[in-house]
Design a protein around this ligand. Structure first.
Ligand SMILES: C[S@@+](CC[C@H](N)C(=O)[O-])C[C@H]1O[C@@H](n2cnc3c(N)ncnc32)[C@H](O)[C@@H]1O
Length: 315
């Protein structure tokens, strides 16, 4: 829809008549007020720390490569005065922070949670209340298996506004990096993001029978340690043991590794990934890349019958 500014500009250009000169003056006077809201926001002078309304920018850091940050995320990081980040956020991304910014790691590792979620919520709120430009930086997309909802709810409950900058989630980053399309005409018509990791103390399993769709692709987050369970659940749910599986470890990072297998083999032996974040991609859309290319990667740890790695980052 044309803005008022565009309408005035059009009126000016359509008229060579001096009677319309006042429109030019009016256009100049109203110029800043008529600019789009986003432009005005950027141009506004930044108030001193301590005098600002408390606000948190929740930023998705993507899967690891700083080149995969959005422009908005890179800008927010480069203007931050304090950044509270998770373990999944790589050093290349934190290097974009200005020299004076305080970097606070609030990450969690399975088995050794450094901070409870309540402590993290309180820490973010305290930083925002100090008036510093506060960025909460999370790996991938903050809204996918990132507990962003809990943090947003807490901050809004205590009167702190939150804005969100999305990031590339691991499933999409890993698929691109492996040259895989997660959908394929006539083969896969759906992509499902699933976590294999439940709340602490929650022993319920995902509904494997419902997820076992031979015409879909599954992206299993936090699935390395649970790989045998995932394989058993999906084969019991009806998926063929021959279904291709690609485990991508450290996707979009210099040390990215691929572990190729099938669902049946994974049910028996798990995946042989190391301790980096690992995503399991499962489905027939992967067939060419996993089963056919697999011959060219016969040395992959999984085909050699490796074992499940030690826990890190909830895998
Ligand atoms: C707590 S979830 C966070 C997901 C994140 N919010 C996202 O959108 O990607 C952590 C899990 O994401 C997956 N993951 C995150 N980054 C990854 C990467 N670079 N390579 C492979 N898997 C990754 C792993 O399964 C890891 O255990």
């Amino acid at each position: 829809m044309p803005s008022a500014a565009m309408w005035l500009d059009g009126l000016v250009s359509r008229s060579g008549d001096k009677r319309f000169n006042f429109i030019v003056a009016l256009r100049a006077a109203l110029g800043s007020a008529l600019r789009p809201r986003t432009t005005r926001r950027v141009a506004r002078a930044i108030p001193e720390a301590g005098k600002r309304t408390p606000h948190v920018t929740l930023v998705g850091a993507g899967p690891g490569d700083p080149d995969l940050l959005t422009v908005a995320a890179a800008r927010a990081i480069s203007q931050a005065e304090v950044i509270l980040y998770d373990h999944l956020v790589g050093p290349g991304i934190l290097a974009l922070a200005p020299p004076g910014a305080e970097l606070i790691c609030v990450g969690k590792r399975s088995g050794q949670h450094s901070h409870s979620q309540e402590a993290i919520n309180a820490l973010i709120a305290a930083q925002a209340r100090s008036g510093r430009r506060t960025v909460r930086l999370k790996g991938g997309d903050p809204m996918i298996f990132g507990r962003a909802g809990e943090e947003i709810e807490h901050l809004e409950r205590v009167g702190i506004s939150v804005s969100v900058i999305p990031g590339i989630t691991a499933a999409l980053g890993c698929a691109s990096s492996a040259g895989l399309s997660l959908t394929k005409r006539g083969v896969s018509r759906a992509v499902t993001f699933v976590t294999a990791h439940a709340r602490e103390g929650d022993a319920t399993e995902p509904d494997w029978a419902r997820l076992a769709d031979p015409k879909g692709t599954l992206a299993i987050y936090m699935g390395r340690e649970a790989a045998r369970r995932v394989g058993r659940g999906l084969t019991a749910g009806g998926l063929s043991p021959d279904t291709p599986v690609l485990a991508v470890e450290n996707g979009c990072r210099p040390d990215e590794r691929h572990h190729r297998t099938t669902l049946g083999a994974m049910a028996e032996r798990g995946v042989a990934a190391g301790d980096g974040p690992t995503l399991l991609l499962i489905g027939w859309a992967l067939e060419a890349r996993v089963l056919e290319d697999g011959a060219a990667h016969a040395g992959d740890a999984l085909r050699a019958g490796g074992h499940v790695g030690q826990g890190f980052g909830h895998d």
